[in-house]
Ligand binder design. Structure first.
Ligand SMILES: NC(=O)c1ccc[n+]([C@@H]2O[C@H](COP(=O)([O-])OP(=O)(O)OC[C@H]3O[C@@H](n4cnc5c(N)ncnc54)[C@H](O)[C@@H]3O)[C@@H](O)[C@H]2O)c1
Ligand SMILES: [Zn+2]
Ligand SMILES: [Zn+2]
Length: 380
């Protein structure tokens, strides 16, 4: 996959990656997802997204080469690879903040390295490709447990941990009402995981009927179309005895619809780092003293958010890129014991050569698309 500029990607031949450092591995990719995060790149909203880069941070495959300092992997292993690139040794990795590694993206002081996510996240080529170079190969790549469906393993690279961490950061307590903004793959998974933490009521907000229908069945929750609610904040207050929700989760990020001013300043004129509509709604519909958990992605510059309401309501805002490696052991357990069934969200399997169509379908939300995966020639 090769980025040619906003709304333009194509399949093309690039030289195969090689080992550049003794801790690298080369993975022959079998499956790779397209993520809502890739859409921010595809829409041209992320600074320093360079023409010629390969996207893709959700992938699995076979180890075909390892550097001289890789000890935990061997050639022939089938691995899933977390989207965060983490050194495993720095002060942040030691706190299990694998999304904030200080070594893998030394140009930035915020996010660590991410596969296929522009030069603001380290400039690494990603896994929507036949082969990918994986740095710090002893840290991230995880051998897929025996008996696990490869589609489930693939979704452990991002969507499952991100949805789970969204719920975890919400500090959900038994009996809580949780509102999830966004019924994309991440929001769907956050809604599903909210129950694992003891929520008593889970409400999802989106404007795509097919996704609302899906999440209602899949996560056994309430789901509402914000276009027919009038003011979603008013609706959410009304349905919570005017207190507001205990926990609100932003699983939308900078591509949010629903507010013309935000859309124009955040997505058209790029005067702010994406449209913060869902974040506004989350802050305004959480109860006093409540928690807003943000996993939706915004750009590195500034956003207009109602900070006065945050202060006056005493809200806690928690946010991060998911720390995939930290969560893998417990999420593998949830999947193997049947409490989570991630592969059910996969709606499209598209050959890598048709990557341009795949992006268009997912971006324009055509054909009831929820989660598309790209199949590499070696997996067909
Ligand atoms: N923090 C992390 O580690 C992490 C990891 C993966 C994805 N993400 C981010 O999570 C977000 C969701 O990812 P996804 O793959 O589910 O994307 P997606 O684009 O498939 O889903 C986003 C959904 O939000 C809906 N939406 C738009 N405006 C809305 C609004 N105002 N209120 C409620 N819903 C609204 C859209 O209709 C869509 O269904 C993205 O911003 C992505 O970058 C973060
Ligand atoms: Zn992703
Ligand atoms: Zn580190």
């Amino acid at each position: 996959m090769n980025y040619r500029g906003p709304f333009r990607v194509r399949a093309s031949q690039k030289p195969d990656p090689v080992i550049l450092h003794p801790e690298d591995a080369i993975i022959k990719v079998t499956r790779s997802c397209i993520c809502g995060s890739d859409l921010h790149l595809y829409h041209g909203e992320v600074p320093d997204t360079r023409v010629g880069m390969t996207f893709g941070h959700e992938f699995m495959g076979e180890v075909v080469d390892i550097g001289s300092d890789v000890h935990k992997l061997k050639v022939g292993d089938t691995v899933l690879v977390p989207f965060n690139i983490a050194c495993g040794k720095c002060a942040f990795c030691k706190q299990e903040l694998y999304g904030n590694c200080h070594e893998s993206n030394p140009q930035a002081s915020a996010v660590g390295g991410i596969f296929g996510y522009s030069h603001t996240a380290g400039g690494f080529d990603g896994g929507q490709a036949e082969y990918v170079r994986v740095p710090y190969a002893d840290v991230g790549p995880t051998v897929i447990p025996e008996g696990m469906d490869p589609d489930d393993a693939l979704l452990l690279t991002d969507v499952v941990p991100t949805g789970y961490q969204a719920a975890e950061m919400g500090g959900i307590k038994k009996g809580d009402t949780v509102v999830v903004f966004g019924a994309g793959p991440v929001g769907i998974m956050a809604a599903k995981c909210a129950w694992l933490f003891g929520a008593a009521r889970v409400i999802v907000i989106d404007h795509l009927e097919y996704r609302l229908e899906f999440v209602r069945n899949y996560a056994n929750c309430e789901a509402y179309n914000f276009e027919s609610l009038g003011d979603p904040v008013l609706f959410l207050k009304k349905t919570t005895d005017w207190f507001g929700a205990d926990v609100c989760i932003d699983a939308v990020g900078g591509d949010a619809a629903g507010n013309a001013l935000q859309t124009i300043t955040g997505r058209k004129l790029l005067l702010q780092a994406g449209s913060a509509t869902a974040l506004h709604w989350a802050i305004n519909s959480v109860k006093k003293g409540g928690i807003v958990s943000v996993v939706g992605v915004y750009g590195p510059t500034d956003n207009l958010i109602p900070i006065g309401n945050v202060v006056n309501k005493g809200i806690t805002i928690r946010a991060n890129q998911a720390s995939v490696k930290r969560l893998l052991p417990r999420l593998i357990d949830h999947i193997m014991s049947g409490r989570l069934d991630p592969k059910a969200i996969i709606t499209h399997r598209i050959p890598l050569e048709e990557v341009a169509d795949a992006y268009h379908i997912f971006s324009a939300k055509l054909d009831n698309c929820i989660k598309p995966i790209l199949l590499m020639p070696s997996a067909r």
